[in-house]
Design a protein. Structure first.
Lengths: 77, 265
């Protein structure tokens, strides 16, 4: 089953896309590995991961059809 | 009293707001840190709606490249102190409020001296060293913190240290430690659309008003991402991050000893 991943802020400059659909890898930790494999420039980027609008931990199990958001810190003001 | 009623008539008339909420605004003390892109609209609106006591902190001077977004300043202000010019500009908009101007950088000593004199802290700064310092000091002094930040065409707004279901979360629950130096480009490097900090600053001012008056639901323990290009608002609920607490200074001595400039380099 597929899940949708959306990228915010300057992460889009590293992935060159605002969103992508992937096969559900199982957990957030596994998703992290998969994303870095597909988008190597994410490897040294800071971001927090939300599943269905709620911050998740690496152990969080991803349910099918989940919407995942990767949010980086912004500094500008 | 007559001027008070007339000046704020449009707010006092609002259902669920009334004279009670207006009086709460008049009694409130809000410290706005940063008088730049975010700070300008925050200061203008907090003054206009009648927040009774506003502190303005900034050590920077106005430059030509600020003028696309820092709408309190004009060409004649280039080279002048942002805090002082901002204070002069908003002073003429409302003589019922008090302003305190701090033409200095908000460091740990300033936070220790001043945070307890205010009810709400507003982070309108433009760098991670200030943002982590302000977050940590707001946690230490248990002050509601209204956070805003921008990047290119996007912005973030959040409310920290305001209890929701008995839980108070802060910036370190989102990002326990600062990103590596030069990882996240600043507005000077990546650019920012002029209206964007205006939009985000107005959202921050709205959150300040909601916290003071208890009208509506503040963004407690949540962060909103706004994208000006797509008109998408994306709201994310924070959760307790066990890494956060370890990085928070436990007392003022520890806050003073933390080198935020170095942490963010």
């Amino acid at each position: 089953m597929q899940i949708e991943i959306i990228f915010f802020g300057q992460l889009v400059d590293r992935t060159n896309c605002a969103s992508v659909f992937l096969e559900n890898p199982g957990t957030i930790a596994m998703l992290r590995t998969e994303l870095i494999k597909q988008y190597p420039k994410l490897n040294d980027a800071s971001f927090t991961i939300a599943v269905n609008n709620k911050i998740a931990s690496d152990q969080t199990i991803i349910l099918d059809h989940a919407k995942i958001a990767l949010m980086p810190p912004f500094s500008g003001g | 009293m007559k001027e008070f009623i007339l000046r704020y008539q449009r707010q006092i008339t609002l259902d669920g707001f009334g004279i009670q909420a207006q009086e709460k605004l008049s009694k409130a003390k809000v410290l706005v840190i940063g008088a730049g892109g975010l700070g300008c609209p925050i200061l203008q609106y907090l003054a206009a709606v009648g927040v009774g006591h506003i502190g303005i902190v900034d050590d920077d001077i106005v430059s030509l490249s600020n003028l696309n977004r820092q709408v309190l300043f004009g060409q004649n202000d280039i080279g002048k102190s942002k805090a002082i010019v901002a204070s002069e500009k908003i002073k003429v908009s409302n003589n019922l409020i008090n302003l305190q101007t701090y033409n200095i950088r908000c460091d740990a000593a300033f936070a220790i001296e001043q945070f307890n004199n205010y009810d709400i802290i507003v982070d309108a700064t433009d760098n991670f060293a200030s943002r982590y310092l302000i977050n940590d000091a707001a946690v230490l002094f248990d002050k509601p913190l209204v956070f805003g930040a921008v990047s290119k065409f996007e912005g973030q707004v959040a409310v920290f240290n305001v209890a929701l279901d008995g839980i108070k979360l802060n910036y370190r629950h989102l990002f326990p430690t600062p990103p590596k130096n030069n990882e996240v480009l600043s507005c000077a490097e990546a650019g920012v659309l002029g209206i964007l900090p205006g939009f985000i600053g107005v959202m921050q001012a709205t959150e300040v008003i909601k916290i003071i008056t208890s009208v509506g639901q503040p963004l407690a323990n949540q962060i909103v991402n706004y994208n000006a290009l797509t008109n998408d608002f994306y709201k994310i609920q924070l959760t307790h991050n066990p890494l956060a607490d370890a990085h928070l200074p436990k007392n003022t001595a520890s806050l003073l000893q933390t080198n935020y400039e170095q942490l963010c380099n």
